[in-house]
Design a protein around this ligand. Structure first.
Ligand code: EPU
Length: 438
């Protein structure tokens, strides 16, 4: 795909689009299929690059994958799981963070696993220390090698008791995917309880796992000897839905997001309403619109579920440049998720970033040298600019900014957006956006 988009902004986005399954669930459910002795079927799968990457990784490990892209269905047959060649896996280095989640399933199936250097968005250090600590506690041996990390399980993995220092989504998934087939009972305190994790638990339970979730972030798993394949329809992508909602707000538009679901978006919807956006929920989706008049500034803090998601922050910040007064946004999940605002400032936004924890309770980054709070003063008209997409969500925010700004912007590096936004150009066309590719 060509990487440069000319966007002629300044017009409200209006129309009807569809979101399918959540990227951050689908990729994990695909990995879970490795644990089954029989094939799995996953539905509502979006055609995005992260799905293609995980598919490639599964195929390297002998999983047969058949896709019906239009229907959004994946058939995953793990009957012939095998060790992949290090060089082949290494070719995937840098393209995704998902390989780390292959460890538990591969250790159960094959007794060993190899993980290349991990990619993902550049939004902080994004270490994997929690993951490796968890795997070691189950009894895996972890060796760092030049191209990546080699793991082996000399004996069957053993259930264990773990307390996470922070409710990490990936580490919770790592634990689930490893504990379900480990010997005995595993107890995780301080677990992440994002809806995508709950849907992964649904999948694992369908496969034969025994998992209970307490109200206090404690997850308890009784290991079983054998898991079967599953049939499951993925929950909707609440990040994509919120991204389009923010685009509607920033451009003064009206977007019906078919497939968007209310229960996973309660916190976003409250915030959307406080900023001055309106929405209508029906059985098939949610209509998000700007009712006219001024948008209102807000004070916002990102957090783990049920808080305001970090991934909702970047698209919403673009809309906040159009709100009246001073908005304060405190990012508490990633230390470095405000890099994208430089481009907005270049387009005329008034945004100042701070190292202090502003407007909320102190977070892990307060005593360290990270610009993780932002003050946005609005409303400011945005003007067209030449901008470079920094990461997936920051990139979508740049796209919203270009659609909000009067004149023609050049947005470079748009192929990054393909990682997590299905057919976003077709959707832009459906919403009446004016753009062309170089
Ligand atoms: N962390 C550690 N050590 C670890 C793992 C995480 O210190 O071993 C820290 C991270 O550095 C971060 C915090 O814990 O400060 C939270 O990270 P988490 O593990 O929860 O994030 P993740 O599993 O790597 C997933 C999503 C992200 C989303 C976060 C938070 C996937 C593939 N990615 O990442 O999605 O922002 O959870 O909800 O599921 C995106 O979709 O654009 C995206 C970045």
């Amino acid at each position: 795909m060509n990487d440069l988009l000319y966007v002629n902004g300044g017009n409200p986005l209006r129309g009807d689009i569809t979101v399918r399954g959540a990227k951050n669930f689908v990729s994990k459910a695909m990995v879970a299929a490795l644990l089954g002795e029989t094939p799995s079927v996953l539905r509502n799968v979006p055609q995005i690059r992260d799905v293609a990457v995980v598919r490639g990784l599964l195929e390297l490990h002998g999983v047969r994958v058949d896709a019906d892209d239009a229907a959004g269905t994946l058939h995953l047959d793990p009957s012939d799981v095998e060790i992949a060649h290090v060089a082949d896996i290494d070719a995937h280095a840098g393209s995704s963070r998902i390989p780390i989640l292959f460890c538990g399933p591969l250790l159960h199936r094959l007794g060993e696993a190899f993980i290349p250097d991990l990619g993902g968005c550049r939004i902080g250090d994004r270490p994997i220390n929690y993951h490796l600590d968890i795997l070691r506690q189950f009894g895996a041996v972890v060796e760092k090698r030049p191209q990546g990390i080699y793991l082996s399980a000399p004996k069957r993995l053993q259930g264990t008791k773990i307390a996470l220092p922070y409710p990490s989504v990936g580490a919770t998934e790592q634990l689930l995917l490893t504990a379900v087939r480990a010997d005995g009972i595993t107890e995780l305190a301080g677990a992440a309880i994002e809806p995508e994790i709950m849907d992964l638990i649904n999948v694992l339970q369908k496969m034969g796992a025994i998992i209970s979730v307490d109200t206090d972030r404690v997850i308890r798993i009784e290991g079983v000897d054998r898991l079967e394949g599953y049939q499951h329809t993925a929950l909707s992508d609440r990040i994509e839905a919120a991204s389009w909602a923010s685009a509607a707000l920033a451009t003064g538009g009206d977007i019906y997001v078919r497939g968007a679901t209310q229960p996973e978006m309660t916190t976003f919807l409250n915030t959307f309403r406080k900023v001055g956006g309106e929405f209508v929920v029906d059985d098939e989706g949610i209509r998000f619109y700007h009712p006219g008049g001024d948008l209102r500034s807000i004070q916002l803090e990102t957090d783990v579920h049920p808080g305001f998601m970090t991934d909702w922050q970047q698209p919403l910040v673009v809309a906040l440049t159009q709100a009246k007064g001073l908005s304060i946004v405190h990012e508490t999940v990633y230390e470095n998720r405000f890099g994208f605002v430089d481009a907005l400032v270049g387009m005329g936004a008034t945004i100042q970033v701070y190292k202090e924890c502003l407007g909320g309770r102190p977070c892990r980054f307060g005593q360290r040298n990270f610009y993780h709070s932002a003050v946005i003063s609005g409303p400011t008209p945005l003007s067209a600019a030449d901008i470079e997409v920094p990461d997936l969500r920051g990139g979508f925010s740049h796209l919203i900014a270009a659609l909000t700004a009067k004149g023609t912007s050049q947005v470079r590096g748009i192929s990054l957006i393909d990682r997590g936004y299905e057919h976003f150009m077709d959707k832009l066309t459906a919403l009446g956006a004016e753009f062309s590719r170089d």
